[in-house]
Ligand binder design. Structure first.
Ligand SMILES: [Zn+2]
Length: 224
């Protein structure tokens, strides 16, 4: 394991400034395991972060959290071999022709979402695209206890959660690289919560509606 205390400490001290500036992904990547653990333990970080995301487990029955296209247009999670259209949406992933994967499909308008080998990811990606269209409901969002907050408070809470999760993901990946035992389910949960935080932020900051398939933005898929 590389020991490089000087830049790590300098970067870490910036994280402890009163305004609690968040480090970029690149800055986090430059920190050691010890520095990342210290950052997570710091009173500033602790005070600025909640880890109460609600009772639901994002890895359990994610298919129940699929959003509809619009009022009368139902969609559901499937697991099947991919056709041409789905394969084109799978570009950049580990999915190859002939493999089955998870994806969301609407029975009415035949729209499909980006496929994934992980159920929760297929649901997150589908909902992300619907959120960008202004669909979905913050008041009934399944995670992060957003109800009752102002829009500004919701955004601030989500950004704080996303930062905390990013720090934890970086730490766990580095621990794993150093030979430590890191639970697969634990990592998947961090990834899933990160995905749902992106969905909620997209919901709060939707772009102009776009119903053209070719204009669908690719969701911010986060590969571990
Ligand atoms: Zn539809």
């Amino acid at each position: 394991m590389s020991v490089d205390p000087e830049p790590s400490r300098a970067t870490l001290e910036r994280a402890h400034l009163p305004d609690h500036r968040r480090l970029t992904a690149r800055e986090l990547e430059a920190l050691s395991v010890e520095a990342l653990q210290a950052l997570l333990r710091s009173p500033q970080h602790y005070a600025a972060t909640t880890r109460n995301y609600g009772d639901r487990d994002p890895l359990v029955e994610p298919g129940r959290l699929v959003w509809r296209c619009d009022a009368d247009c139902p969609a559901s999670l499937r697991y099947d071999t991919l056709d041409e259209e789905l394969l084109s949406l799978a570009r950049g992933t580990a999915i190859r022709q002939g493999t089955a994967a998870n994806f969301v499909k609407c029975d009415q308008c035949q729209r499909v979402g980006p496929p994934s080998l992980r159920e929760w990811r297929a649901v997150v990606d589908w909902n992300y695209l619907r959120a960008k269209e202004g669909l979905g409901d913050v008041a009934h969002f399944p995670f992060f206890l957003l109800d009752g907050l102002t829009r500004e408070e919701q955004i601030a809470k989500l950004e704080s959660i996303r930062y905390d999760l990013t720090v934890r993901r970086t730490l766990e990946r580095k621990r794993k690289e150093a030979g430590a035992e890191v639970g697969k389910r634990f990592m998947a949960k961090i990834e899933a919560y990160l995905g749902w935080a992106s969905v909620a932020l997209a919901l709060l900051q939707p772009t102009a509606p776009s119903r053209k398939r070719s204009a669908q933005p690719r969701p911010p898929t986060e590969t571990p």
